[in-house]
Design a protein around this ligand. Structure first.
Ligand SMILES: Nc1ncnc2c1ncn2[C@@H]1O[C@H](COP(=O)(O)OP(=O)(O)OP(=O)(O)O)[C@@H](O)[C@H]1O
Length: 622
């Protein structure tokens, strides 16, 4: 972020650098379109400069010292030249609009892609920090600024060429006029720059308000919240929240507008005074015989024309300064992508293809801003092909441990080793490549059923037979095949032709994705939480065969499903308090045994109270 306290030369150098960066970005995005746009701008500016000279030539023909005789031929030639120039200007203008539109699209997309690169590549922990989200939001909002700034600068360059031509002509008539105009341009420039700085400070300060507002609005506009909003009658409450947050924003923006419009008013008056002085100077110069009528009239036209042009230029410069402030913030965010890329290029060991051991050594992990660590002093060893279960109360650290073991989070203390090598020294992408995760809050993608499964390994060939095999393993083939367009059916009813699935069906699709990934380490976090008893039974009965040879980390609150695991770890407040097979833990009579008995006795009580007919298997379920 740039500081508003820098000295003017430092700010100028910084501004030039940012403008250079914006132009470079635009050039990278669309070099040929940039060249075309520049050529059109420059030719438009040259023609408009030439028009002034043509007007002057015509005035000379009609009123000049050699204008004693009426020369229709000369006047017609001047008029034809002027008409040609007008036509050229109009053509350049209309072409420029089209080219500008295409350029805007391409540069906007390119700039946004830099933000997406960071969002996709940054470490998962960044998403746990509010500061990152605010910066991400600001960077997204600034992605249109490179094009705005460069468009602004190109148009400024065109105006500067035009103004230079007119100023040179004025200089020849009276150099003092040039100084007067320069003075007239200064106040709007300062006012416009002040506006940019104040706006930027306000936008940064409003980061938290913006995030809350976007969130509250998403609650009212997104499908997954729509049912609760209605069921709890949250509409009015959320709209009031939105209004309060908007009022807070408006108060701050109004304060900026109030303060800066006073500056702008004073600046505009000072500038108008400058222009009037210029015209007055011309009148004086003509009255005292220091300039001819032709020169004074041409200069007066130029001064009057230059007034709005100069105010446009100063406004443009001020806006460019505003863009520069936002862009340096945007660039600082995108630089993170470069840092990640460099870190990745640093010599790292390739991830083991199929790790024989995964070890945690005295691991400690604390989430950003959390008071207590989510994991403390966790040590364990998992061997290839084992099924490991993690159990424990809500918030005891099971999911966090699975994420740390698979390299999604880097521990602050201790280390995770794959085949004896610290994960910090192994290529992170390679580690992810060898892991398949079915998260508790799995993704529901509004893609076709086949894509929903195939993105388990996006780089793999689009092989429908493999997709169907994964779906069969997860018990999803039957209901996917029954969809109107089968595997080509879009899932989720937001998109045209899409159909929604039940939560359990979505979970089976997510499980199919994990099968399709075909990775040596499989993490299943509550994989059957939404599945019916048959699907759950089928999965756990065959889990060793289904994931043959894979190492499985299974997280579950259903104790019946973890009892066949090779080893069970009980976590409590981020620590492992017990480890062993089901029989060992039951014999130890600790937390696991108490939780198991509590759950199984509840099932037994329920089973005893349920009439036999209620156990009938529902039709059509896998
Ligand atoms: N992204 C996060 N940012 C901050 N704290 C978090 C985050 N995720 C989890 N925590 C905290 O870390 C602790 C462990 O959470 P974790 O999700 O690992 O528990 P869990 O055992 O998997 O719980 P559950 O059984 O409810 O799924 C909890 O205290 C939780 O509040």
């Amino acid at each position: 972020m740039t500081s508003g306290r820098r000295s003017l030369p430092v700010r100028l150098v910084h501004g030039v650098r940012v403008a250079g960066g914006a132009f470079a970005l635009m050039w990278q995005a669309a070099p040929r379109t940039v060249l075309l746009s520049l050529a059109l701008q420059v030719s438009g500016a040259l023609v408009s400069g030439g028009m002034l000279l043509a007007v002057r030539g015509m005035a000379g023909t009609v009123f000049g010292p050699h204008a004693a005789a009426w020369r229709p031929g000369a006047v017609a030639a001047d008029l034809a030249l002027l008409a040609g120039m007008l036509a050229a200007m109009a053509l350049a203008g209309s072409l420029q609009r089209g080219v500008g539109m295409v350029l805007g699209e391409r540069v906007g997309w390119y700039a946004f892609r830099q933000v997406l690169d960071v969002a996709c590549e940054v470490e998962l922990a960044a998403f746990d920090s509010s500061e990152f989200h605010q910066r991400l939001q600001r960077a997204q909002g600034s992605a249109h600024r490179p094009i705005q700034m460069t468009e602004q600068l190109i148009s400024l360059a065109g105006s500067v060429v035009t103004i230079s031509g007119m100023v040179s002509a004025l200089y020849l008539i009276d150099p003092v006029l040039v100084a007067v105009l320069a003075l007239a341009a200064a106040p709007p420039l300062v006012a416009s720059a002040t506006f940019g700085r104040k706006l930027f400070t306000a936008v940064v300060g409003l980061g938290e308000n913006d995030m809350r507002r976007h969130y509250v609005r998403s609650l009212m506009t997104e499908r997954n919240h729509a049912k609760e909003v209605r069921a709890f009658g949250l509409g009015r409450y959320l709209r009031r929240l939105d209004r309060d947050l908007f009022d807070e924003r408006l108060t701050i923006m109004r304060a900026v507008a109030r303060r800066t419009s006073v500056h702008a008013l004073v600046a505009a008056m000072a500038s108008a005074l400058g222009i009037l002085s210029g015209v007055g100077l011309l009148a004086y110069s003509f009255a005292t015989g220091h300039s001819s009528l032709t020169a004074a009239a041409t200069a007066a036209v130029a001064v009057v024309q230059l007034g709005p042009m100069l105010s446009n230029v100063t406004y443009g410069l001020g806006e460019s300064y505003e863009h520069a402030l936002f862009l340096s913030d945007y660039r600082a965010f995108c630089a993170r992508g470069e840092t990640i890329r460099r870190a990745r290029e640093r010599a790292r060991l390739p991830a083991p293809r199929d790790p024989a051991t995964i070890t945690a050594e005295n691991v400690t992990f604390r989430y950003t801003g959390a008071v207590r660590p989510a994991l403390s002093g966790v040590s364990m060893t998992i061997r290839r092909g084992e099924v490991i279960a993690l159990v424990g109360e809500n918030g005891s650290g099971k999911t966090t441990l699975a994420k740390v073991l698979s390299g999604l989070y880097e521990p602050q203390g201790g280390r995770i080793r794959w085949d004896g090598v610290d994960l910090r020294d192994i290529d992170a992408a390679g580690v992810r490549e060898r892991t398949a995760v079915l998260f508790q809050d799995f993704g529901r993608y509004l893609f076709t059923a086949a894509e929903n499964i195939r993105i388990g390994r996006p780089a793999a060939p689009a092989d429908l037979a493999r997709v169907q095999h994964a779906a069969r393993q997860a018990g999803a083939h039957e209901f996917v095949s029954a969809l109107e367009h089968g595997y080509d059916n879009v899932l989720g009813s937001e998109l045209p032709g899409g159909v929604d699935l039940s939560l359990g069906q979505w979970q089976r699709v997510a499980l199919a994705r994990a099968f399709f990934r075909d990775a040596p380490l499989v993490i299943l976090d509550e994989p059957t939480a939404s599945m019916d008893a048959f699907a759950e039974h089928r999965l756990f009965k065959g889990i060793q065969n289904l994931f043959a040879g894979r190492t499985i980390i299974l997280i579950s609150h259903r104790f019946s499903s973890v009892r066949t695991a090779d080893r069970i770890y009980t976590l409590d407040a981020g620590r492992i308090i017990e480890a062993g097979s089901h029989d060992e833990l039951m014999a130890a009579g600790g937390t696991y045994a108490r939780m198991f008995e509590l759950q199984s006795s509840a099932y037994l009580r329920e089973a005893a109270a349920t009439p036999v007919g209620r156990h009938h298997r529902p039709a059509g379920r896998a």
